[in-house]
Design a protein around this ligand. Structure first.
Ligand code: MN
Length: 497
């Protein structure tokens, strides 16, 4: 799923006619060299393409309008090699709809002490050209990322990549279709939200489909398709004896495979990127989908349970943002605590739907009763998740804006066997510590549903929130409750309408 071939980031350099054609020719050459250098970086996952040196208002408006129209351009990097009077940029920037990154660099790394003259100074003016550009973008209150540093440095490439990944997630959301089978789990507040506002702000649409439509798709699955999936299960998982061929519960596994194929066909044929369902609305289905959802999430579909379309959308975007990286992005729920003062832990899981891409070993394929939903016992994959750095992210609807809450965590290998727990599970220590992290999360109104990531940094998500015009609160090693409470209060003022 590495998007190297399709989407691209446009690189545009700003200048002006004042310097004459000879200087502009150098600006063009240097700018394309920088763009090529970035494109060749092993730290950058998305193609960087040099587009133009722009020198006046019509030029700028035209190139930024082309960026808007382009189906491959997912973001724009702008850099001022020389001075580029920023009033020229106003009309173009007013129309820009693609994410913006302002790169503050300089073509020459060092001052050529013995040869520097006024020609050199006039060409290498980023130090004040970029300040002029910074003023107008600040004056216009434009969302953007600013990256500072020499253009060959790995750190600069990594920071640009964080933003480029956020651009990829954002691009994926535009026109994305999300299915909701049934409505919200009754009476739950945090999974609700304004779907119209979400479409206006974020670009994706959420629409409800009758469970009966899904049931019809499941009904049409052929015995050959079921057999194909069963063979795949046998190969990939430790199958419980009762689910094996001739086992007493084999029909349940066949039904689970039928559900998986029917659900996948429904999603693929409808061009849906994410989905959500609820155990309260399964009319016509024999089991709550367990392994089906686990495997479809691992294939890249966004998902969250109980009608939670916001988390389903977030899971999908984070999967796209983490594309090509080792690790995973997965639907998660804060389930149970271990309040040992010396080793406080959160156990994350869901009643069935834990993403297979998190598994640290070959999963077990098992069947167990499920107390809710009133259906037959569902088949599910059971596994542990390896330790390592990670984070949880959640989007909630605060009524007048969407808020993202991010908590950095350290996942740990399970310290004990959990022989009676019939679901996949993750254990983590939230940063900065259990009490502060949980208190901050609750003060921020963060949901119990999250996307758990083992390969995205807070910076990627902050870039994403900036692009999306969404409030973002980070709980990390430096979080202190008193400051965090003030941040919430200030943000409430910022978003007051
Ligand atoms: Mn849940």
């Amino acid at each position: 799923m590495k998007p190297k071939t399709q989407p691209e980031i446009w690189f545009i350099a700003g200048s002006q006619y004042l310097y004459g054609e000879k200087t502009l020719e150098q600006v063009r050459e240097h700018s394309s060299q920088i763009a090529e250098g970035l494109d060749a970086s092993p730290h950058l996952s998305i193609k960087i393409r040099f587009i133009a040196v722009v020198t006046d208002t019509p030029d700028i408006r035209q190139v930024l309008s082309q960026a808007n129209q382009s189906s491959t351009c997912i973001g724009v990097i702008v850099w001022m090699h020389t001075f580029s009077p920023a009033k020229m940029w106003i009309n173009g920037l007013k129309t820009l709809q693609k994410p913006l990154l302002h790169l503050h660099t300089q073509f020459n790394r060092d001052i050529p002490w013995s040869s520097i003259d006024m020609d050199f100074m006039n060409l290498n003016q980023s130090a004040h050209g970029d300040r002029e550009f910074g003023f107008i973008t600040s004056r216009m209150r434009l969302p953007r990322k600013v990256v500072v540093g020499y253009w060959t440095s790995a750190q600069v490439h990594k920071e640009i990549d964080h933003w480029a990944r956020a651009c990829a997630g954002w691009s994926d959301w535009q026109d994305a279709k999300i299915v909701r089978f049934g409505d919200n789990m009754r009476q739950v507040a945090v999974t609700e939200g304004d779907k119209v506002e979400a479409e206006i702000r974020f670009g994706f649409s959420v629409n409800t489909y009758a469970v009966g439509d899904l049931v019809e798709s499941i009904r049409q699955v052929t015995p050959a398709e079921i057999a194909e999936l069963l063979a795949e299960y046998e190969e990939k998982y430790h199958v419980a004896p009762e689910l094996k061929k001739g086992g007493a519960r084999r029909p349940s596994l066949e039904e689970a495979a039928r559900i998986e194929r029917g659900l996948e066909t429904f999603l693929v044929s409808g061009h849906f990127k994410a989905f959500t369902n609820t155990f309260e609305d399964l009319h016509g289905m024999k089991q709550l989908p367990g392994i089906a959802v686990q495997r479809l999430m691992a294939k890249g579909f966004g998902y969250a349970g109980e009608g939670d379309w916001k988390t389903a959308a977030l899971v999908r975007a984070m999967k796209v943002m983490g594309s090509g990286l080792a690790g995973a992005n997965a639907f998660m729920e804060d389930y149970t605590y271990h309040f040992d003062p010396d080793n406080s832990l959160v156990l994350g899981s869901h009643m069935l739907e834990v993403d297979e891409s998190l598994a640290s070993h070959k999963p077990s394929l098992e069947i167990h009763p499920l107390g809710i939903g009133g259906k037959e016992d569902p088949v599910r994959l059971v596994f542990n998740v390896a330790g390592g750095q990670g984070l949880n992210a959640s989007i909630v609807d605060m009524g007048n804006r969407f808020r993202m809450v991010i908590n950095e965590v350290v996942a740990v290998d399970p310290p004990h066997e959990l022989p009676k727990l019939p679901v996949a599970r993750v254990l983590w220590q939230p940063l900065p510590d259990m009490h502060t992290a949980c208190k901050a999360w609750i003060l921020a109104g963060g949901a119990h549903h999250t996307c758990f990531s083992t390969n995205l940094s807070s910076e990627v998500l902050m870039d994403f929130a900036e692009i999306a015009g969404m409030e973002a609160l980070v709980i990390d090693k430096d979080t202190q409750i008193r400051d965090f409470q003030k941040e919430i209060q200030w943000n409430d003022m910022t978003y007051r309408k």
